[in-house]
Ligand binder design. Structure first.
Ligand code: UGA
Length: 447
């Protein structure tokens, strides 16, 4: 199958590499020449474990190419739209300008193919109603192509695994049966290895497919804010949120995943997706249905305030001149993504309150240097810890979780630590002479 992937960011680059791995002939098209030249050389333009070997294999084998030249779209039968839909400036709504420009590019450059009708596959996260609007635009322009919405559920850091072996695939099909059959059989061919492995495939209509994506992310965000609200209760009562999560997680109706309390969720998806969902519900006149997401959002943002206030309290009531070692800046480990990162936000707020912030991150340093040249970034945790009055672990990178508290104590000025991700062993750190504070966690024995 000849495939194009429009937009080569986290989603598109991984998707293109994985589709080439499935044996298709794939061209990735992006407007950013720097990104394209890296990808064309088999080098990922972002940190994603497992992506590089897959890219290299595709590029070296000739099945995977990347270009800024949109005329390459004329060679493909299946066109994936994988562009970003960021939060619109001054609004909660999604900015769909990249989606519409991808549609325009298809209209301008796509050409009929000998092996069957053109299929346009939407993967970007969009407000409900977008697929139908795109299908109408394509029909009005007279292009003989079917639109199908096929949301993506990959997690950064696990993106390759999530694309090659997803939990499920969802096809949002047009109401017209013949068009739906064309789209289904083309996607079945594209995803043959996934379907042969028995991974569930759900056939739904356009609005259901669009809603599945935002409903899933809203549920995950709600789960995290739920446990963070329990962390607030734990702090107020002397309970321990980690033990509470463990205990409720044994109920398989609840499950143990996504119950890690801490400084909250960030990244390029969860925060903007719940906001865009609320904005769309408002447009549809059903804003009350999603009022709870406002609370999910505010619980999440409150975690950052709480971390900064806790830092100030531990430092004796003010942050001016206090040397704070910040471990981790990305929104989660195994990623170099600092978009809406709680860790970076907290580091910036500490700096704004006069703290002498010395931060480090295994993958996010370069992005932070560009965004926040005022923050001091060092290469290693040891350098950050050197002479610190307070240590804050804000992203759960393995190497920070594994830090030996006795070694760390030998470096700092004062052994005080805030475990913003509840990943350190409180007993071990306390026994090593540290003043330990987690998020809704007890510093001593929890039973
Ligand atoms: C999220 C979803 O998990 C994916 O299914 C979805 O495809 C993706 O968004 C998307 O829409 O593209 P991702 O943004 O990579 O994936 O990150 P998550 O693993 O969901 O983590 C989001 C944030 O929640 C991180 O800041 C993480 O540290 C935080 N988190 C996660 C918690 O604070 N507690 C938890 O228990 C789990």
């Amino acid at each position: 199958m000849k495939i194009s992937v429009i937009g080569c960011g986290y989603l598109g680059a991984v998707h293109a590499a994985c589709m080439a791995d499935f044996g298709h002939e794939v061209v990735g098209v992006d407007v950013d020449p720097e990104k394209v030249s890296k990808l064309a050389a088999g080098i990922p333009s972002f940190h994603e474990p497992g992506l590089e070997p897959l890219l290299r294999k595709g590029v070296d084998g000739g099945d995977l190419t990347f270009t800024t030249d949109k005329s390459a779209l004329s060679q493909a039968r299946v066109h994936f739209i994988a562009v970003g839909t960021p939060q619109r400036g001054g609004s909660y709504a999604a900015d769909l300008s990249y989606v519409w420009s991808a549609v325009d590019d298809i209209l301008t450059h796509a050409r009929p193919q000998p092996d069957g009708p053109l299929v346009i596959v939407g993967k970007s996260t969009v407000p409900v109603g977008t697929a139908q609007a795109i299908a109408e635009r394509i029909a009005e322009a007279g292009l003989d192509a079917v639109v199908v919405w096929n949301p993506e559920f990959l997690r950064e850091g696990l993106a390759v695994q999530d694309t090659l072996t997803p939990d499920r695939v969802v096809y949002g099909l047009p109401d017209d049966h013949a068009a739906g059959d064309t789209a289904r059989s083309a996607l079945d061919e594209v995803y043959a290895p996934i379907l042969e492995a028995g991974i569930p495939r759900l056939l739904v209509n356009y609005p259901t497919a669009e809603l599945v994506k935002v409903a899933a992310n809203s549920f995950l965000a709600t789960k995290i804010s739920f446990i963070n609200s329990m962390a607030e209760l734990c702090d107020a009562t002397g309970a321990d949120v980690s033990r509470l999560a463990e205990a409720i997680g044994h109920d398989d109706r609840i499950g143990p995943k996504f119950l890690q309390a801490g400084i909250g969720f960030g990244g390029g998806c969860l925060p903007k997706d719940i906001r865009a969902f609320m904005a769309r519900a408002g447009e549809l006149g059903v804003d009350q249905s999603l009022t709870f997401l406002r609370e999910v959002d505010s619980i999440n943002m409150r975690r950052r305030d709480h971390a900064v206030e806790l830092a100030s309290t531990m430092a004796g009531g003010r942050l001016v001149g206090v040397k704070v070692a910040v471990l981790g800046l990305t929104f989660k480990p195994d990623s170099d993504d600092v978009r809406d990162s709680p860790a970076l936000d907290i580091a910036g707020r500490l700096w704004g309150r006069g703290a002498n912030v010395v931060a480090t991150d295994p993958a996010g340093a370069e992005a932070v240097r560009a965004l926040r040249p005022d923050l001091q970034i060092v290469d290693t945790a040891d350098e950050a810890l050197d002479g610190a009055d307070l240590v804050m672990l804000l992203t759960a990178w393995k190497e920070y979780v594994a830090i030996d508290p006795a070694h760390a104590k030998s470096l700092v000025a004062t052994p005080r630590v805030i475990d913003g991700r509840n990943v350190l062993d409180p007993q071990r750190w306390t026994d090593s002479g540290w003043e330990y504070r987690g998020m809704g966690r007890r510093s001593g024995p929890s039973a």
